[in-house]
Write a protein that binds this ligand. Sequence first.
Ligand code: ATP
Length: 352
Amino acid sequence: MAALSLRGVAKNFGSFAAVHPTDMEISSGEFYAILGPSGCGKTTLLRMIGGYERPDGGTVFLGGNDITRLGPQERGIGMVFQNYALFPHMTVFENVAYGLRARNVRGDAVRDRVMEALESVRLSAKHQSPVPALSGGEQQRVAVARALVIRPALLLFDEPLSNLDIALRLQTREEIRLLQRSTGITTVYVTHDQGEAMSLADKIGVMREGRLEQSGEPVLLYGSPANTFVAEFLGGASLVDCEIGPARDSLAWNGVALRIPAGQDVPPPGPAVLAIKPEALSLEENGDGAGMRATVRSREYTGFTTTFGLLAGDRVLKALVVSTPESGRVAPGMQVSLRMDWRHCHLYGSRR
Ligand code: ATP
């Protein structure tokens, strides 16, 4: 049985559908990331799971029980907010104890459980500190301890790392993953960062404009994106309009006919969309002309890899290559020949 199950959960703000009726199944102990661009309804969906927003339709089940009408305090769910939502006038200890006291836990049990929760985020030494005296990363860990202390059946995170600098973000991301693994608490984590979702989650649900577009393991989503949106958003693919030939074994694009290798999912003959992931393209400075021609627009060197922007026809394609002395010679303005590895390409009947 799923630990968390959403059936047709929906939310409108006036006439605007922030979340269309959505189904979601999350297994016990799973780390599930809701991923999507800004404004797609991620936070609204999370807030409906946590009880902070009332759905206009549908049902939320936790451990098989219908919790749709329960308030946040009655759900046994811990939530870590983007801005931490700590009480600045209270100590670390009191912030973490707050949720327990609200649930009528008293006496030594409060102290034991607060210190245990602070221990798990390595902050027990700072239990008497006022919150404003802590760094951003430490405040974030207090917020995690406060969510953990109620021993929740479910842990919710709303973009918890967005206020941290890059180094701290990577470190904290690792800590959250380890904590989730060691506690085994079923977790739902909202982010707009593909890398964060891919590295943290057992499963990802990709959202767009209030709808869940695809849900599954990161490898599945990356390897077999369900539509052009997932290919572009998760895989960083460049999308190009093309024409599938009558025998479905070739396509025409940018004045070039390309053979489609066997094993590729091919839509019916006619207009189609080719999604090319950055790692699909390699470039040859003095190509033999057999490949597509492109003009180098940009080069971004990041050490081990280099990303090129390549103008082919009326599209700029992204190419990610391992840096070599040869790639170092390829500069903006140069003409190159492109080779395409079909294992990193996908074909669709239309854009979505
Ligand atoms: P972000 O990553 O920017 O936080 P999100 O995917 O979490 O975005 P939501 O915060 O869920 O998106 O918002 C979804 C849509 O609903 C947005 O267009 C937002 O403006 C709108 N919205 C959210 N809360 C309200 C509200 N209380 N009243 C009216 N509109 C709202």
